[in-house]
Design a protein around this ligand. Structure first.
Ligand code: ATP
Ligand code: MG
Length: 390
């Protein structure tokens, strides 16, 4: 246990977004000093860090300064250049490792890892060349063509029904490396967050049930209302296997689909806390960010306990605009009205400019029962102008 970093040590994060901000809140609450590296002068995490190194993720002098300032370093987004993590890892403990982040950055590598871990995913083919495209079996159509790298919030994806559409979609995506997945009949979407320590301990949060709108997470509910205990156990076991087979250290989120015929298949994973885990801030006795801190510092990982059924509503920039008058100036949503409802917990990320589709914050609604949490979340949604059904 000699490499445990006790409170008072300095923890660093690559990336200045909201995930970094909430990691820093948890680290500071435990008594750590914090440093963030991000190029943006106004980043959500930069605003709360003890020290903000404003530089590009590939600026070697800045990476050296980050390593010099910190006792251990993590990342808050998966598209951080693997090279940056390798440079840091030569000098300081880094979790997750560059090799794990590299798998999560590339859908082809990610899917190969799921197979190696014995977890079923959607049938797929890798398309890197024209010959690969021609060799795609008909059984993958209709399908979704996804860029192998850099996709998020449904970006870099095209649905295709025929070979002609596939050809056109690959041209539209500039013929970069892609995967073509069979379009599956979804019943619902789930995710599981695990934390794994350097000693191989794995702990997990309960299964989350997620609803997306326009490719962006909109609502997370825990306990998952439509997922029975046996299925939850299977998802949890698959998630633990995926983390362990990679030798992963840190917090990892794995997304699953429940198909209409009851089959569970893995979709993708993120090497960090996840939007679908934000409910843990008010629903569990340790949040996903606290476990990220513990895993990075080498502190004991404890199994988090869900103490309050919770519904999370994502708050996108659209809420700042009058839906009747889209050209109107941005205005603040009715926070006072929302916070008058019992069990509402507002988390805003400190972003100055609201834009459509931009993640500005989230609202957790906790209650003694799932029914009460849902009923209050619906009233909050109505006040905010969000859909009241899901
Ligand atoms: P994220 O914001 O989670 O990073 P992403 O852009 O990486 O999203 P995916 O999670 O791969 O993309 O897909 C986005 C959404 O598209 C899924 O949540 C699901 O609703 C739908 N989807 C993706 N793949 C399939 C599939 N094979 N069959 C049916 N629906 C799918
Ligand atoms: Mg996804």
């Amino acid at each position: 246990m000699s490499d445990v970093l006790l409170p008072g040590a300095t923890l660093g994060v690559l990336g200045g977004g909201q995930l970094g901000r909430m990691f820093l809140h948890a680290a500071q609450s435990l008594g750590y000093r914090t440093v963030v590296l991000d190029p943006d002068a106004d980043s959500p995490a930069g605003a709360v860090a003890h020290e903000h190194i404003r530089a590009d993720y590939l600026d070697e002098a800045a990476l050296a300064a980050l390593a010099a300032a910190c006792d251990a370093i993590t990342t808050e987004f998966e598209n951080v250049p693997a090279h940056a993590l390798e440079l840091l890892a030569a000098q300081r403990p880094v979790a997750p490792a560059a090799s794990c982040v590299a798998i999560c950055q590339d859908r082809a590598a990610e899917k190969a890892h799921f197979r190696a871990a014995g977890v079923d995913g959607a049938p797929y083919a890798v398309i890197a060349t024209e010959a690969d495209l021609q060799a795609v079996p008909d059984s993958l159509l209709p399908g979704i063509l996804k860029t192998a790298r850099m996709g998020y919030d449904g970006k870099g994806q095209v649905r295709v029904r025929s070979r002609a559409e596939l050809q056109a979609a690959w041209s539209e995506l500039k013929q970069v490396a892609c995967v073509l997945e069979q379009l599956l009949p979804l019943q619902l979407e789930l995710s599981v967050i695990v934390a794994r320590g350097r000693d191989g301990t794995v702990v997990q949060f309960p299964v989350q049930q997620n609803l997306h709108r326009d490719g962006i997470l909109a609502v997370t509910e825990v306990p998952a209302p439509a997922v029975d205990a046996a299925l939850q156990a299977r998802a949890a076991e698959s998630a633990a296997r995926i983390a362990t087979e990679m030798g992963y250290v840190g917090v990892l989120c794995i997304e699953f689909f429940l198909l209409q015929d009851g089959r569970l298949v893995v979709n993708e994973m993120a090497p960090r806390p996840h939007n679908s885990g934000h409910y843990t801030l008010n629903a569990c006795d340790a949040s996903q960010f606290e476990l990220q801190v513990r895993a990075l510092a080498g502190l004991p990982l404890i199994t988090p306990r869900l103490h309050s059924p919770t519904v999370m509503l994502n708050l996108l920039g659209d809420l700042w605009f009058d839906p009747q008058d889209p050209a109107s100036a941005a205005r603040e949503p009715d926070w006072a009205g929302v916070l008058a409802l019992p069990g509402t917990h507002l988390h805003l990320y400190g972003k100055a400019n609201a834009r459509r589709g931009r993640k500005m914050g989230h609202l957790n609604v906790s209650a003694a029962t799932p029914e009460a949490a849902r009923a209050t979340a619906r009233r909050a949604a109505a006040l905010l102008g969000l859909p009241e059904t899901w």
